[in-house]
Each structure stands twice: as structure tokens, then as C-alpha cells.
Design a protein around this ligand. Structure first.
Ligand code: PXP
Length: 244
């Protein structure tokens, strides 16, 4: 199980003052020292946190791999195809949302999305699609010819204290996706409290976690925050853990 650390909120804090600290490059290096397998950033169309210069600087400094989250907007896709991160995760993006709200609504014949996938894949970037854990959507992702999907864990993150339904849905989705040959990633809303049942799903090979790690880094420091998350993920066991 790989842990990719999303450092968007380091840039959010910097942009709150429009200054030069805290620096996402330093955050990425600290995460890597603590065992992160990759660094994730979302270059939003409105550039509210990560800036183009951050992505360029991270491409030079990251020693693991860079996973760039992006909406299928022509300008950002062009930039990603030029910068060539190891992986691009296509996400739905709405200007007024606080964070990515749902998975991509996949439709047959969506030229914008299939064009973005083709452009990225042609430039050698591994493409993943951020989607809800629905069997129908997973099948559509496969038709689009991507090697990987990221299952949206937002519903699980909101409901895990009171119900096991969302975890069951994630398990079924992960099994199905793996069976039809897709690599399975997951993320959104995962925390130190709720990560283990998801980390214990054997078909999931990569978790993308940001807000909780950066939040706790305020108290523990970035390295310790990543180390503690890594330990929880490594110790997650399917048979013993249930969300309640
Ligand atoms: N995966 C995707 C596709 C996301 O858009 C985000 C949020 O930027 C995350 C994972 C990480 O979510 P969180 O910050 O809630 O851990």
C-alpha cells in the first residue's frame, strides 16, 4: 500500500498571506523523509493554492513521484502534458466548491474527458480517474482506457461512525475494479481515525491523503504526521478492523 501525501494545504496557508511560506517544496521533502511514496498536488483552474511555479519546482525536487490532480480544462491539461508528472488524476472541478465534491460523472462520448486522457497518455503520463465507488462508473472508466482509478472515499469519511454501508461499497468497488484489470487508488476525507478499514482493503494499492496530515503537522511536524499515518496504514488488518 502506497501513501501519497497531498500538500495542497501547505500552499493554502501560504496563499492566505500571499507570501513565500510555508513552502510546498519543503513540505514534500519532509513527507518523503518520513516515507511518503509520492506527492500529490491539485492545480486548480482558479489557482487558489498550488501555483504553476510550485508544480515546476516539485517536478525538480520530488525524489519519489508527483501525482498531479487536475480538471479536464484545456489549459491545465496542456500544462500537465508539457510538465509530464508521473501520474495525472483527473477530477471534477467546480469553481465555488471548498474541495472536490464528488467523483467524475463519466459518460460515453464525453469528448472533453477522452481528449484529456489521450493528450496526457500520449505524453507518457499515467492517468487515473477520480470516481465514486459505483460499479457502473468503474466499467465506464475501463472503457475510457485508463490504467487506474481513484475511489472517492468521501461518503465513507462522512458516515463511517454510524454505518458500515460505505465501507462495504468501497470493498465491492475495489474488488470489481481489480477484477477488470484496473489499479485501485482511494482518497478524500481519510483521517487518523478512519484510515485503517480502507487501508485494509487488499485491492487498494494507493491512498491519497492531504487535509488530515497537514492539519496534524501543525502539532506534530510534517515528518511525524506522515510517519504516524504510514504506521496506521502498515498495521491495518482486514480481519480485525471494522469501522465501528
Ligand atoms: N484525492 C483527490 C482526488 C482529491 O481531490 C483530494 C483532495 O484534494 C484528496 C485525494 C485528498 O483529500 P483530503 O485532503 O481530504 O485527504
Amino acid at each position: 500500500m502506497r501513501l501519497y501525501v497531498n500538500i495542497d494545504h501547505v500552499a493554502t496557508l501560504r496563499e492566505a498571506r500571499q507570501t513565500d511560506e510555508p513552502d510546498p517544496v519543503q513540505a514534500a521533502a519532509a513527507a518523503e523523509r518520513a516515507g511518503a511514496d509520492g506527492i500529490t498536488v491539485h492545480l486548480r483552474e482558479d489557482r487558489r493554492h498550488i501555483q504553476d511555479a510550485d508544480v515546476t519546482a516539485l517536478m525538480r525536487s520530488v525524489r519519489t513521484v508527483l501525482n498531479l490532480e487536475l480538471g479536464a480544462h484545456a489549459e491545465i491539461v496542456r500544462l500537465a502534458a508539457r510538465i509530464k508528472p508521473f501520474q495525472a488524476t483527473l477530477v471534477p472541478e467546480q469553481r465555488r466548491e471548498i474541495t472536490t465534491e464528488g467523483g467524475l460523472a463519466l459518460r460515453k462520448g464525453d469528448r472533453r474527458l477522452s481528449g484529456a486522457i489521450a493528450r496526457l497518455q500520449d505524453s507518457g503520463v499515467r492517468v487515473s480517474l477520480f470516481i465514486d465507488p459505483s460499479i457502473k462508473t468503474i466499467d465506464l472508466a475501463q472503457v475510457l482506457g485508463v490504467p487506474a482509478i481513484e475511489l472517492h472515499t468521501g461518503r465513507y469519511a462522512h458516515t463511517w461512525r454510524r454505518s458500515a454501508a460505505a465501507l462495504d461499497q468501497l470493498r465491492r468497488a475495489a474488488t470489481h475494479a481489480k477484477q477488470i484489470g484496473l489499479a485501485v487508488h482511494a482518497g478524500h476525507g481519510l483521517t487518523y481515525q478512519n484510515v485503517q478499514p480502507v487501508a485494509a482493503i487488499p485491492e487498494i494499492e494507493e491512498l491519497n491523503i492531504g487535509h488530515s496530515i497537514v492539519s496534524n503537522a501543525v502539532f506534530w511536524g510534517m515528518e511525524e504526521a506522515v510517519r504516524r499515518m504510514r504506521t496506521l496504514i502498515a498495521e491495518a488488518k482486514p480481519a480485525i478492523l471494522s469501522p465501528r
